[in-house]
Design a protein around this ligand. Structure first.
Ligand SMILES: Cc1cc2nc3c(=O)[nH]c(=O)nc-3n(C[C@H](O)[C@H](O)[C@H](O)COP(=O)(O)OP(=O)(O)OC[C@H]3O[C@@H](n4cnc5c(N)ncnc54)[C@H](O)[C@@H]3O)c2cc1C
Length: 383
């Protein structure tokens, strides 16, 4: 067995967050080893499926807003640097009953942070966005600074940038275990043992395996992405005419979707936000049943009537949920040389660039200027 040293930081997991961490660490001159169990920008975790919603009037909590402002700037900068098309601002509409979390939470963030937005009633929504058929009592918050980012392209841009800065990125090499002492860390794979001064763990849906000692009760949730071809063609659904949307119904069920952005079948993608089946990362059922497609189509029928015309295809993906659906980003409470980023609870991708920056800050200086108080793992164990 080989023992390899000479790294400052090891990053386990090169998905959304880990690839961004490797990029920022290597860019700062840190000697980085990245270990990934699958290939680059793979489709077995949480960072695939062509598009992810991004927005700023964040209904989940106003504390996310400064991170979103930074993240949008960083997405734009990474697009320029990499020559890849990473972020498209189409505008975004958050629809629901006036008391829904989607509407009230978005409005709260917009007002607290002075974000540009408009409130629309049902007639305004129909006039501005003719594909959408809200009920008479639905209202919406519209913000221009919303749209979508491209997960696979973002991961590739970060991996390429990390590679250019000299990171040693190893694919198809799972970390079997890690240990930390007062002086550094040690990671073992089937190929050898690696040591470094610091370890960053970004395991996605494998958090229950790699980070059991955090004592965060993670739930892995299977989610399905559906592509449909609209009746009458995709033109009214093109990104220059169609916003991203999050729609909450009277029962509190949220679904969301995208314009038609090209891709193999060139349809428009939709999904339910929550309510998926609990699974594990290694045993998730990747087959999508007809009944699931029908449930998605039924949700759309009265609301975006042209969309569920012809089902094209579907993909599964995993959320790693925490009990309060807020992230975990912190120094490991028990190991000073270990930083963790996990539990992104189905809404992390829009933050990928800024999370990479935060992880590089924490790994190299032990602190960050970004507000991450909401993400401390000990919130689940302290009474
Ligand atoms: C269906 C779906 C829709 C979503 N929609 C949105 C959205 O619209 N907007 C938004 O902001 N977010 C969205 N998200 C959430 C977002 O995509 C995730 O929060 C984000 O991708 C999580 O990134 P990650 O790095 O934690 O996980 P991943 O990208 O899965 O990365 C974890 C990596 O760790 C690797 N790994 C694990 N264990 C080991 C090991 N032992 N050794 C080596 N490597 C290991 C895995 O192979 C994987 O590559 C969505 C997620 C899904 C599934």
């Amino acid at each position: 067995m080989l023992a390899m040293t000479g790294y400052d930081v090891i990053v386990i997991g090169l998905g959304g967050m880990g690839s961004a961490a490797a990029y920022h660490l290597a860019g700062r001159g840190t000697r980085v080893l990245g270990l990934e169990q699958f290939g680059p920008a793979h489709d077995r975790g949480s960072s695939h499926g062509e598009s992810r919603v991004t927005r700023q009037a964040y209904f989940e909590d106003p504390a996310y807003v400064p991170l979103l402002l930074r993240s949008h700037d960083m997405y734009a900068a990474l697009s320029r640097e990499s020559g890849r098309d990473l972020i498209t601002l189409t505008g975004g509409i958050m629809i629901g009953p006036p008391t829904s979390v989607t509407v009230t939470g978005s409005r709260r963030s917009a007002e607290e942070w002075g974000l540009p937005h408009e409130m629309l009633d049902a007639a305004d929504i129909r006039r501005r966005f003719p594909t959408l058929a809200p009920g008479p009592d639905d209202i919406a918050l519209y913000e221009a600074n919303a749209g979508f980012v491209r997960p696979e392209e973002t991961v590739k841009a970060h991996l390429e940038g990390a590679d250019r800065s000299g990171a040693d990125l190893r694919f198809h090499e799972p970390a079997e275990r890690w240990e930390a002492s007062g002086t550094g860390v040690r990671v073992t794979t089937a190929k050898g043992t690696y040591t470094a001064g610091h370890l960053v763990i970004c395991p996605g849906a494998w958090a229950p395996d790699l980070l059991a000692d955090l004592k965060v009760p993670f739930t892995i949730e299977r989610q399905v992405l559906y592509w449909f071809a609209p009746a009458g063609g995709v033109d009214p659904f093109r990104p220059d005419r169609h916003p991203i949307y999050i729609w909450e119904d009277a029962a509190g069920v949220q679904f969301y979707g995208f314009p038609a952005i090209g891709g193999p079948d060139d349809g428009a993608k939709v999904a339910f936000f929550r309510g998926g089946r609990t699974c594990t990362a290694d045993t998730v059922d990747r087959a999508v049943a007809d009944a699931e497609v029908e449930a998605m189509a039924a949700q759309l029928r009265g609301r975006i009537p042209d969309l569920p015309h012809r089902f094209l295809h579907a993909l599964t993906c995993m959320y790693t949920n925490t009990p309060d659906e807020h992230f975990v980003i912190a120094a490991h409470p028990e190991h000073e040389h270990v930083t963790v980023a996990c539990g992104f609870s189905g809404h992390g991708f829009k933050f990928v660039p800024v999370v990479g920056e935060i992880l590089a800050d924490l790994a190299t200086t032990g602190t960050t200027r970004h507000p991450i108080g909401l993400f401390a793992p000990d919130r689940f164990t302290l009474s």
